[in-house]
Design a protein around this ligand. Structure first.
Ligand code: SIN
Ligand code: CO
Length: 372
């Protein structure tokens, strides 16, 4: 982290020795056929770049014998335990920064063209070989008129062929091009880094929503008033008084560190728009749930995002106070994503805990047992 993170590329040979692709090719194709999964097909047939968005029925994908196409499937960690276990190995970086695991499948010669990304990425070769070329070029201008971001001029400084288990880390804005040598699969562990613009817009939206909730409680809407308005001869002119008054209203908007933390916790733990939790079909009642959890523990569902700070916890977009009772177990569950049976037994006296976890279980946010 000290030497490379956000600074320079790093090739790690055999970062994960004996790696097995978390998904077989056909399992990846099945995911690409689902409505709630984001997928893209990039082809480079007859030297022309083309991009299509999924879902793709199996017969909508080009034949696997055809060269130069690639299928990219986003958020695979939300759908497969092995992919989820793989992204968990990258939790030496805070969850607040981790985005998702994308898996690309490419036929010989396939790739997405020379480009740069705005986010850090770990490119882990999970099947077959890929030739990566990359460099820290200044000129990041793109070819005009293409459906995807392809660099106008690309000059590589380094070139490596990655085999299964090898991994390349790239910080943002490094130009790169990865070309499959035979059929291959690459897992991209991606990060989120919201722009200042997005953070500002989302924070102001959060403040506005909070103010709305507060005014609904108190019914005390402070509305613009102008009892001293005189008749005017130039009705289209914006009154200086109006600007002044609105300035005074806006000056009352304020926030502190607690508001920023609450905003970040809810914003970063909000599931993506296409995420649906699967509630258990026949949920156990509270007593049976506790009995089971005492034997096999509980784990967070793959899709659940649970964050915390000193004051609050944030689960799937909701903020709650972190009481001293909750502090005994919630940060532990959030960090390890699991509460083992033994821990559960020592904590079952906390009826607030079992009630809360039973509620989460019924919502599909947690599951019984360890990650298989
Ligand atoms: C890929 O896996 O084909 C593309 C990943 C990337 O270059 O960002
Ligand atoms: Co890239």
């Amino acid at each position: 982290m000290r030497r490379y993170w956000q600074k320079k590329p790093l090739l790690i040979r055999q970062a994960i020795p004996d790696i097995v692709a978390p998904l077989a090719r056909d399992e990846l194709f099945e995911l690409a056929d689902l409505d709630d999964v984001e997928s893209r097909l990039i082809t480079h047939f007859r030297n022309a770049w083309n991009l299509e968005h999924g879902p793709f029925a199996p017969d909508e994908l080009p034949p696997v014998k055809k060269r130069e196409w690639t299928l990219l499937v986003q958020g695979v960690n939300l759908h497969h335990d092995r992919a989820h276990a793989l992204i968990n190995r990258f939790r030496f970086i805070p969850d607040a920064r981790l985005d998702d695991l994308m898996i690309s499948y490419a036929t010989d010669g396939g790739g997405v063209g020379p480009h740069f990304d705005s986010y850090d990425v770990f490119l882990l070769q999970v099947h077959g070989k890929r030739r990566w070329r990359f460099g820290a070029q200044r000129d990041l201008s793109l070819k005009p008129g293409l459906p995807l971001k392809v660099l106008q001029h690309f000059e590589a400084e380094e070139e490596w062929v990655l085999e299964p288990g090898d991994m390349l880390y790239l910080p943002p804005h490094i130009a790169h091009d990865g070309i499959a040598e035979g059929e291959c699969m690459t897992a991209s562990i991606g990060f989120r880094a919201p722009s200042s613009h997005e953070l500002t817009a989302q924070f102001l939206y959060h403040l506005a929503e909070r103010a709305e909730e507060a005014s609904e409680d108190s019914r005390g809407h402070a509305r613009y008033r102008d009892p001293a308005q005189e008749p005017v001869a130039s009705p289209a002119a914006l009154p200086a008084r109006l600007i002044e008054r609105v300035g005074a209203i806006l000056a009352t908007v304020n926030w502190n560190e607690k508001d920023i933390a609450e905003f970040l916790g809810t914003y970063l733990s909000e599931p993506k728009a296409n995420v649906v939790f699967d509630a258990p079909e026949r949920a156990l009642n509270a007593q049976k749930f506790v009995d089971r959890a005492k034997k096999i523990g509980v784990r967070l569902d793959r899709k659940t995002i649970l964050l915390y700070d000193a004051r609050s916890y944030f689960v799937n977009g909701e903020a709650q106070a972190l009481s001293s009772t909750l502090k005994k177990w919630l940060p532990e569950l959030a960090d390890t994503r699991f509460l083992e049976a033994k821990r559960f037994v020592t904590l079952t006296d906390e009826s607030s805990m079992t009630a809360l976890l039973h509620e989460w279980y019924r919502a599909g946010w947690i599951l019984l047992g360890a990650l298989p």
